[in-house]
Design a protein around this ligand. Sequence first.
Ligand code: BTN
Length: 231
Amino acid sequence: MIDKVIRFRRVASTQDTAKRFVHKGRELAVTALSQDKGRGRQGRSWFSPHGGLYVSLLLFPKKRLTSIPLLASLSVIRTLEGLGFSKLLIHWPNDVLLKDRKVCGVVCERYQNAMICGIGLNVNIERFGPRNINATSLSVEAGRNFDVEEILNCLLEQFNNLYDELQKRGLKIKEVLNYISGLGEAVEVVTAKGTIKGTVYDIDDDWALLLRDESGIIKKFHDGDVRRLQW
Ligand code: BTN
């Protein structure tokens, strides 16, 4: 349960700043107004100018670790629905899409006995660089600015509810399948070990992606980038 927020104006990455608090053994959130070296999944950088929401949740989950990234994405979706947004989807493993464009990314890292779950949400960002061509923000979509602090409070409330539920009874992945993009679609999954083409078959209770490859074999992925194939 996150009941403390430690705020910074500018840091390299809230993921690294959060590590400084691990020894306290208390669940908390670290935020910054901007990041100089925001990190994404798979060694990518995360565009982090002033106007975005950058938060790292320092967690000590007792069980069901693999569902934490999904929980974070789901908390973002519920928060954005509360603001009136629709057409929200989760692009496995943990991007949140708004009208098919990426509005939020989640990265989870294990550190000592903790898990640090970083969430970057494009709130009041008007322009993106050439490396973020498929990105959007809440302000671009709604044509107005939002209160980042208010969004953070909603997000933490949503996260705490889901996290509590998860630790007590587990999360039924089937309940969130409605939000998952790409089921049944032809995709390629790019991993460190190679690229595999196939059709998205299902998401299992571990939040792993099940892909039916071109020879009909079901393959399981815990990480990777899913790219829709054009026909
Ligand atoms: C991704 O889509 O690859 C994940 C992006 C995660 C970005 C967030 S912003 C807050 C936290 N601090 C970081 O350096 N990264 C995460």
